[in-house]
Design a protein around this ligand. Sequence first.
Ligand SMILES: CC(C)(COP(=O)(O)OP(=O)(O)OC[C@H]1O[C@@H](n2cnc3c(N)ncnc32)[C@H](O)[C@@H]1OP(=O)(O)O)[C@@H](O)C(=O)NCCC(=O)NCCS
Length: 248
Amino acid sequence: MTVDLEKILRPIETPLIKFPAKYMTLANGQEMVIRQVEREDIPDILPHIEPLIHCERDFYNVVAARLYAELLAYYSYRVQDEYVLIAQIDGELAAIVNGRIVSPEIGMSYHTFSLRRGLRVGAHAFATKMEYHMDILKQKEVLIVAESGIGFRRWMIEYKLEKRFDIPHELGGCPSWSLTKELFERARATLVVGRRPVPEHLMAKAKAGILAPSDPPKAPEDLLAATRSMLDSTGTSLIEMKKKLGAK
Ligand SMILES: CC(C)(COP(=O)(O)OP(=O)(O)OC[C@H]1O[C@@H](n2cnc3c(N)ncnc32)[C@H](O)[C@@H]1OP(=O)(O)O)[C@@H](O)C(=O)NCCC(=O)NCCS
């Protein structure tokens, strides 16, 4: 008897309502489209994440490595009920957010990844992901963690998330925080922005191709900045790293 192993390994997907695309005007006047992407789009996204696996700043390296794996798992049917949304400015990839559905009522937020700094594109993309869980999928709560201090400020502080430390998050088993429906409603007026429908010319530009970010995050010139971002104010890791590299 032959066994179709793929049928066993590949999870059966829960049919989910698709995210209706939206757009918003950024602080610099540019317009950003946020839309859902499908499996066939993933190969066009991965090359823009890969270089940041080596970017030792603001935890881009850890998040890029994890996000790359999550998108690859989605592409190869090795994760249950994942979705991926992307933000584009003039076609350029500006942010990626992803997550999954644990049950009809509970969502699991995976990552928020900004490829254009200083415009709150990550903050807007995160708010949009929460809108997807709450307004479109009608969930009651979303479990969240942050890898970076910036992420902590953006999610835990800005949304006043509740602790759910008894629940290990899927990202490394770290203690979870929760965005409840009530917290989302409180944040809606100030943090959730955007309009629908997306004008045809903006949508056409976005769908024409996922273009490379023209000003992606860069590793710091001075490695000390990297150690600071790892909360090592003494610079010990820089000294150790220099020793290893044979520098005087
Ligand atoms: C967390 C994250 C999504 C937030 O994205 P964002 O809302 O677009 O915000 P930015 O990262 O551009 O900026 C965050 C802060 O750093 C400052 N900043 C850092 N580098 C900057 C740069 N090169 N240019 C401009 N501002 C910069 C900004 O002024 C901003 O300050 P503020 O909080 O006072 O507004 C983004 O920093 C990111 O992708 N980080 C790496 C991955 C990560 O940690 N993800 C979250 C864990 S799930």
